[in-house]
Ligand binder design. Sequence first.
Ligand code: SF4
Ligand code: SF4
Length: 379
Amino acid sequence: MFCGWICPQTVFMELVYRKVEYWIDGDYNAQKKLDNAPWTSDKIIKRVSKHIIFFAIAVLIANTFLSYIIGFDQVKKIVTEPLSLHMSGFIAMIIFSFVFYIVFARLREQVCTTICPYGRLQGVMLDNKSLVVAYDFVRGEPRGKIQKNKTISEPAAVATVDATEDYISSVQNKLGDCIDCKLCIHVCPTGIDIRNGTQLECVNCTACMDACDDVMVKVQRPRGLIRIDSIEGIEKGEHKIFNARTIAYSAVLLILIGVEIALFSLRSDVEVLLLRTGGLLSQEQSDGTISNLYNYQMINKTADSLAVEFKMLEPETGTFEIIGDKNPSVGKNSKSEGAVFIKIPKDKLEGGKNKILVGVYSKGKLITKVKTTFFGPIK
Ligand code: SF4
Ligand code: SF4
């Protein structure tokens, strides 16, 4: 399902690029005819307009893709501000645009069969019980053309109309339901013959299923000669969705989803690192407190800027003296750094090395706690 219905490569290829191609060049047969036709003005106009549209769509996709990497605001700046200010971003934009253009205009399904690692992994996970787009060889074989118009000359003894019909019917009865029209191959985006069995190139787009169903309706045979089924389903008529393999995969998937949910729910919106500044000793102050100098780093993973304040949680008494900006803050999706003195009354310290717990608050709300070490005078 992923390859045929979710993968952006297939979605853009089938729902955007191929639609444009059909709109300009016509259906499969018309495209083939145009490919082989000489370079007339009509062919040139069609080719140029098609590739201009292809490239314009590639630029749109490239810009969207770039927005995921460097952010929409940055892409907007590259597009609207002078080029000299964003030369590297502009070059990246051009490279991405050409890559997408080449992928969709030239490489196409070769990406699925030779570049994409997911398609390769799929083969490893399949067995005879896997549901895939499959040709019912039991019903379809031996394949053969409908012999409706065949004028029967053999056997020579067959002379009457009734005898001729009996003969056609007897020939037809020996054949399977596949009339060998090859429509399933013509509509296949990767150009494979699904009648040869499941192949790496199949992206499960089901185009061959639809084409074959139309043929079956026309020749008055049941639909589903090509359908979603397993080898066992076709050979033995067994259609079990749940088996040891699917249950094992589902169990692994559920565990992974559980771990993911746990990680997301336990994730703090703000990450704070508080480390003693190296090479400095603790200092005894005139007010009877001991001070240590720390460097802090805050990472804000939210979409809002946060004003931050520190409070001592363990021991409960202790003060903070921020160096520089007295009101530290961290912008949305960014990090900020600074230095702070922590002062703790001497009598609250247990010895040379003390574990302390600092609360980080924003608008009076505790957003995270940080453990660190505080050095006092050795008793
Ligand atoms: S479209 Fe159906 S009938 Fe035609 S060749 Fe393919 S499988 Fe056979
Ligand atoms: S074999 Fe059928 S399902 Fe597979 S890629 Fe070709 S048309 Fe799509």
